[in-house]
Write a protein that binds this ligand. Sequence first.
Ligand SMILES: [Zn+2]
Length: 297
Amino acid sequence: MRNLNKDINQLIESQLKEWDLARQNYANLSKVKTKTFSFGDFEIRVQFNPARIVSSAAKIDAKSIRERRCFLCPQNLPPEQRGIAFGRDYQILVNPFPIFPQHLTVPSLRHTGQLIFDRYGDMLDLAEALEDFVVFYNGPKCGASAPDHLHFQAGNKTFLPLEKDLQHIERKIIASKGTLLCYQLENYLRRVIVIESTEKQRVVEQFNTLYASLETRDGETEPMLNIVSWYGGGRWTSCIFPRKVHRPKCFFAEGGENLLISPASVDLGGVFILPQEKDFEKITKNDIKAVLEEVTL
Ligand SMILES: [Zn+2]
């Protein structure tokens, strides 16, 4: 797999020159406010990021999706947007609403639903090609703002606390065979299953086993999940968060109880994204704990 980090840096550099919206939003990112909550063995960071309102509050019901123009279809991309072709049918794009200092969206060129099952191997290939990045997937009811158009995202390594948490959080081994290691983190507020191997096929097989054990609800297309994967030192690491609900109670609450948070991979990876300043000011450790426990299985 060819390493694309250099091409990506060039793409980002040229897009920030040519594309006002992206330049503005990346410039604003350096001014976002953050704060950190400690939970003993690990931390959760909170980022006040007003530009993310488009994603956090996205309407993803069937009617709204049907009536909008798909913003990931090639013919609807902004005229300034450029991409780098990748894999069987993807292009790598700069995400104009960043959370990470470098934030990419990797949609399929075809308008096909957000479904991971036969695309998980592609995700691992992408992680290998983007070795400076973590690659993530939000299921159609787990934070994807385009559930009708297959896409991954990627952001800089070392940004999500999850990466270093894996080094020291207590684990329960699920499988250990040859180069494959699969475990679950304990006392981590959210359920996460981690698959590691130097052999891509081993990771895919273990993922398929896990996928088969998760329930797909009536009317849905796949089990609810978020995935964060990365590659380094010849080894894949893939973290799977099985989900129980899409948006927590506080998302729908009225008045003082309301917190506009729509958790997806980044939030589960340890960086809560709050598009509203009032929420950033008032969020507490207990709110974070409640949201994490409520949304994962
Ligand atoms: Zn589309």
